[in-house]
Design a protein around this ligand. Structure first.
Ligand code: BES
Ligand code: MN
Ligand code: MN
Length: 454
């Protein structure tokens, strides 16, 4: 192992330069205008998998964005790990809030700044480099490794499930390893054993058949923005519980043991509210902040628009108002069932004076990883060795819906070995990634392969 660690240390600067090249590609999955960049990014990943020494690398085209596959299967009889990650990134707006252009990476205070730095290019690149270091040092890997790297994670992984279903043999594995979550705190090795699911809806309210002069018609015709705002306000009660009938029916109660474990983690509401410049935190009554974030479902409006939003004033009653509303789900809530309950209730809340159109944009199941499987045990020990601290086990509030497909279809548990931090501005301006976590993560990934063999 010493030789690999030496190799990783010697190549640190090269790895960072390569990561910069990766981050320069504006692989925004949701924008049509970045389609070429998405393809270029898939090529970049495939090239790096090849130069890492994998003996089969292929780009699979889909009806959406390409999927990159790679494998090294030279350890017959040893376990096979499937490493999953995503090369696509979120849009950059509001662009004026970036201190530096989002696709022109720079390093400040040992952090690399660019869109995708922590989510997920930096975290994914860790594993490509650990495989390279092992192959370049020993000519082989201690276990079999497959890579599955997609370009549609940030838009709901629409084509990945079909790909998995039609390539079950190709993707056969004993476990899945993912670095696309957060560490509990800087330098604290972390395994995430639970993620929330998601139901993402869009609600369109139509009032009059055209925009109206608010003097001639205001007061007598329902204003779709007023109506929509009122409906959204009714989705929570005074204790901040979601009012959709049946919403909490399938929610698994926190066990006493889990509550105690959460409470043992040092956590300060004050530290968070201060860093976000809010007077206090908020949320469902009767739960601690970690419980609210990790084990309770939520409902949030993500965007709302309609009417006049330009500079200055215009007196108008708009014809249409729209909102994007998402719900984070916890075991055992079912995203389809929740979407139906939402649709029924929101229609019920609307007055006769407007029409309501509800669309189900995408959904995903919540996930809990089994903790006693050999891959989780190996990852916990590998993190401990590389970071030199005891690994903590946490749940998180974000979603990676495809991991439930891995467990259902590939019958493989997913180990979430996150190397990011919640403070690294994922999906937000000035996204960055801690370069110590990058280097130590490469070591952790190499240790994982060594540990998993046993
Ligand atoms: N890497 C995140 C998921 C994540 C974030 C997990 C924070 C744990 C903590 C991922 O790229 C992501 O953003 N997922 C989306 C889900 C999706 C269906 C668009 C999310 O959570 O909003
Ligand atoms: Mn991600
Ligand atoms: Mn993301």
């Amino acid at each position: 192992m010493q030789e690999v660690l030496k190799y990783i240390a010697e190549n640190r600067d090269t790895y960072i330069e390569e990561l910069k090249d990766f981050l320069r590609i504006p692989s925004i999955s949701t924008l049509e205008e970045n389609k070429k960049d998405i393809h270029q990014c898939a090529e970049f990943v495939a090239d790096k998998l090849k130069s890492a020494g994998l003996n089969r690398v292929e780009i699979f085209q889909t009806e959406g964005h390409p999927i990159v596959y790679g494998e090294w299967l030279g350890a017959p009889g040893k376990p096979t790990v499937l490493i999953y990650g995503h090369y696509d990134v979120q849009p950059v707006d509001p662009i004026n809030l970036w201190d530096n252009p989002p696709f022109d990476p720079i390093i400040k205070d040992n952090k690399i700044y660019a869109r995708g730095a922590t989510d997920d290019k930096g975290q994914l690149y860790v594993h490509i480099k650990s495989v390279e270091a092992l192959i370049k040092t020993f000519g082989s890997l201690p276990i079999n490794v497959k890579f599955l790297i997609e370009g549609e994670e940030e838009i709901g992984s629409d084509h990945l499930e079909d790909f998995i279903n039609s390539h079950l043999d190709l993707l056969k594995c004993d476990s899945v390893l993912v670095s696309d979550t957060s560490m509990y705190d800087e330098g604290v090795p972390t395994i995430t054993y639970g993620l929330r699911g998601l139901a993402y809806m869009e609600v369109e309210i139509t009032g009059p058949n055209k925009d109206l002069h608010s003097g001639s018609f205001g007061g007598a015709v329902a204003n779709p923005i007023n109506v929509l705002a009122g409906m959204i306000a009714k989705l929570h009660d005074k204790n901040n519980r979601v009012t959709i009938p049946g919403f909490y029916n399938d929610v698994q109660k926190l066990t006493k043991e889990e509550r105690e474990n959460f409470n043992k983690l040092r956590f300060s509401d004050k530290k968070i509210s201060k860093s976000l410049n809010v007077a206090e935190l908020n949320g469902e009554k009767g739960f601690t902040t970690l419980e609210k974030l990790w084990a309770r479902p939520t409902l949030d409006c993500n965007g709302i628009w309609g009417g006049f939003i330009g500079k200055g004033a215009k007196t108008v009653i708009p014809s249409i108002a729209t909102a994007k509303i998402s719900m984070r789900l916890v075991p055992n809530q079912n995203p389809e069932k929740i979407a139906k309950q939402f649709t029924k209730y929101i229609k019920l809340l609307a007055p006769k004076s407007v029409k309501v159109k509800v669309s189900d944009l995408h959904g995903g199941w919540p996930y809990i990883t089994p903790l006693n499987n050999p891959a989780t045990v190996a990852a916990a020990s590998a993190l401990q060795k590389s970071f030199g601290k005891k690994t903590v086990f946490i749940r998180e509030g974000g979603s990676i819906p495809i991991v439930t497909v891995f467990s259902r279809k590939l019958k493989a548990p997913t180990v979430l070995m996150g190397l990011g931090l919640n403070s690294e501005n994922a999906h937000s301006p000035n996204e960055h990634f801690n370069l110590d976590h990058f280097s130590t993560g490469i070591k952790a990934s190499a240790y994982f392969m060594e540990e998993y063999v046993k």
